[in-house]
Ligand binder design. Sequence first.
Ligand code: AGP
Length: 587
Amino acid sequence: MCGIIGYIGSEKASPILLKGLFNLEYRGYDSAGMATLNNEIIVCKKGAGKIHDINHKLNFLSLEGTIGIAHNRWATHGGVNDINAHPHFDCSKAIAIVHNGIIENHRELKEALSEHKFESETDSEILAHLIEEELKKGFSFEDAFVNAILKLDGNYAVLAIKAGEEKILAARKGSPLVVGVTDHGIFLSSDIPSFLEWTKKVVYLHDYDIVIAERGGIRIYNLIEGQVSRPIDTVEWDAEQIKKGGFDHYMLKEILDQTETIYRAIQQDIDVVNKIIDEIRKAYGIFFVGCGSSYHACLAGSYLFSKIAETHINVVLASEFENYEHFLRENTLVFAVSQSGETADVLEAVRAAKRSGSKVIGIVNRMGSSLTRESDEFLLMNAGPEICVLSTKTYTSQVALMILLAYALIGRYEEGIQKLKGLYMDIYNLTSRSMREHLKKLAEMLVHKEHIYLIGRGLQFTTALEAALKIKEVSYIHAEAFAGGELKHGPLALIEDGTPVIVFVGEDDEKKILSNANEVKARGGYIIGVSAERHDIFDYWIKVPEGGDLNPIVQIIPMQILAYKLAVLKGLDPDKPRNLAKSVTVI
Ligand code: AGP
C-alpha cells in the first residue's frame, strides 16, 4: 500500500504535495518523492527514508511549478533505496509517474521493451516506458496513457505528467484514487486526508476510470462505460477518521482490509517461490520461528505442511531457539516469520542460524527491514502498514503464505492461489455489519468475565491460540487456549458454572472436539461454537464457512472482531494496548 497525490492549479505545487505526503504517511513510509512541471520540464527529488528526513535532505519545497505528483512508498517490488523511490521516469525523462498497486505482468511487459533503459527494480517503472513507447507510435499523451494502462494486469492507481503538457493523467483499478476539487486547483490522491485541509469536495472514482485533470477542471472517461461524469460529494469525516477508513480505530479498519490483503499476499514472484521450494526439498531439517501472532502463523504452517505436503516442520518460539542451535547444520532451513522484520528475538534466531551456516527464509511485511536484509530469500506479505499494535491482517497474510507454500511444495501452486482468491466473499461476509453486531452481543455477554477459555484441535488449535492472544492483549481479560484433547489432563478443573469456552470446529475434527465440548458442558460451561454447522451443544453460535485448510484464516476473523468489541466495551484503545509495542526490538 503506497500513497500518491497530484495537484494542478494556480498555487505552487510542492508545499501542497509535501503536506499531502505527511497526511498519507500511514499508507507507507519506506521512501518518498516528488516531481513538478516547471517551464515545460520535469524536476524531481526522491529518496529512501521517512518523509521528514528526505525533505530535510532534499528540500522538496525548492521544486517550482504549479503541476506536480508525489508518492510515499510501502515497498512490494524492489528494495528500499533512492532508485526504487517514486516518481519513475521513461528513458527520456519526459514522463514521470507515481503508482500504488501491483502490476502482475510487469516482467513480461519489461521483456517486450528490452531496448529501454530501466533504472529501478520496481514493477511501477514499466508504466513510464509503456507511455513512452506509445508516444513514439505518434499517439497523443492521453491516448498513449490509455494504451499503456490497457496493457496492465493487476491493480493500480496511477498519476502521470509529461514535459510540455499542462495536465495530470490518472487511472485506477483495484487501488483507491479520489479527486479533490477547490477553486484554485484539482487534487488527485489515494485518500482524502491528503487534501482535506484545502477542500471537503470530492469526486469518488470508479475502477477503470481515466481522469484528465487540467487547470479548467477534469474530464473522466471509463474504459468500459466510455465518457462518464461523477458527482461532487462533500466529506463529513475529519482527517483522522478518514485515515481509519471512517472507523473509530485502525484495528477495525485493518480487520476489514483482509478482503484485500489476502489477495495481495498471494501476489508473489513465482521464481522466488520456486527457489524457496527448492530449498525446502534440499533441506535436512526445517524450522519455523516467530513470536506472538507470527509464532501462531508458524504453528498453523506446521499443521498445513503436514496435512497438505506431508512435510515435517519444527516450530520454535524465537526466544527459545537458542536451545536448538546445536541441531543446526548447513543444510538446515530456517523460516523466520515477522511482520515488522525487526523483532529482536527473531533476529537473534536468524543470526544463530547464519552462524551455523543454515539458510534463512524471511516471511516479512516490511521491505528494507533487518529481516529482509539478513535473509537469504524472503517473501513479502504486501499487507501494507499495520498501525494497530495487534497483528490482524498481517497474521492472516502470513497464514496465506504458509498455505501457498504448502500447495507449491506438492506442485499445486495455482490451486493454492485460486483457493485463497476464493476467500474474498467469505471474508466480506465475516466482516459484515450483521456479523459485527452478532459479535458485539457476544462481547456484551463476556465483557465482565474474568476468564475465557478456547479449545480446538489441529489447525483449529492454532486458531484458538491466536484468538486467545487477541482477546487478552486488547481487552486485558484472561484468555487461555488448550488443545481439545488436553482438557482432561488438567484444564478441566478450571471449568465452573457459566465458564465461557469458545470451541473451534473443523470438518476433520468435529466429532472429537464436540466430545471435548461435552466435557465442558457437563461441568456447567457456556459453549460458544465457531463452526460451519450449528450443534445442539452450542449456547452461542458464530457461523463461519467450512474453510478446510483455510480455516485458520476464516475462523480467526470473527475472533479479531470479538476482541476488538471487548476492548471498545471496556473503554480501551484497541490500537494502543497498555504495556505493548508494535515491534519488540529488545530481547
Ligand atoms: C500480536 O497481536 C502482537 N502484536 C505480537 O504478539 C506480535 O505478533 C509479535 O510481537 C511479533 O511481531 P512481528 O511479527 O513483528 O515479529
